[in-house]
Design a binder for this molecule. Sequence first.
Ligand code: 13P
Length: 248
Amino acid sequence: MARRKIIAGNWKMNMTPSEAVKLCAELKELVKNDDVDVVYCVPAIDIVPVVEAVKGTNVEVGAENMYFEEKGAYTGEISAAMLKDAGVKYVIIGHSERRDYFKEEDALLNKKVKKAFEAGLTPILCCGESLEQREMGVTMDWIRLQIKSDLVDVTADQVKELVIAYEPIWAIGTGKTATTEQAQEVCKGIRDCIAEMYDDATAAAVRIQYGGSVNAGNAAELFAQPDIDGGLVGGASLKADFGKIVNY
Ligand code: 13P
């Protein structure tokens, strides 16, 4: 069965609630496409107004992070149940910015992935190498380590629903996109890793996105690769260009 493409915007720390509602209105007609899944991953404070703003459209809402505990004394954190109740469907886990700036490690991310599934959310699990790692020739070793550690005790049925985003750190926000060959090679490597960990059917079902300076000009070629099932888009998701990416 062909995998359905999933094109997600990661708004990062952009858009106040009122700006968010305005952006949803501006993008509404532009992102219409019944053949792909379209997701806006938005800051926590924008979730409630954005869920309201996209009602009746083809857009689903995602969060950019969550905490793994059920509830309790975790000041400043947001639970999976809170996201679910607010109408969220997807949650980004382990973005390189969370790994780098907030020191989120794989053991923690594994707990988050499991909790997200338990709550009925679909994780968008991010992985990717630094420029230094790429130059040292350890890209695939590093990414396999991330995937294997983040998916400990995650079942095949869950992985079939999972979205993995391959985002080379050196391509994020730099305007320096990975070449299609580089992106395809790693996405294929991730699928092979899933086949080894689970089985061929699971590997064939998991959706793998590319992220890192995706724009209206390069989306079509990237998304045409056999192992690239869409994109996780930062900067270009905040403007009309996102409509062109969705309708690549
Ligand atoms: P850019 O598209 O701005 O490079 O960001 C990519 C990204 O980090 C998406 O999660």
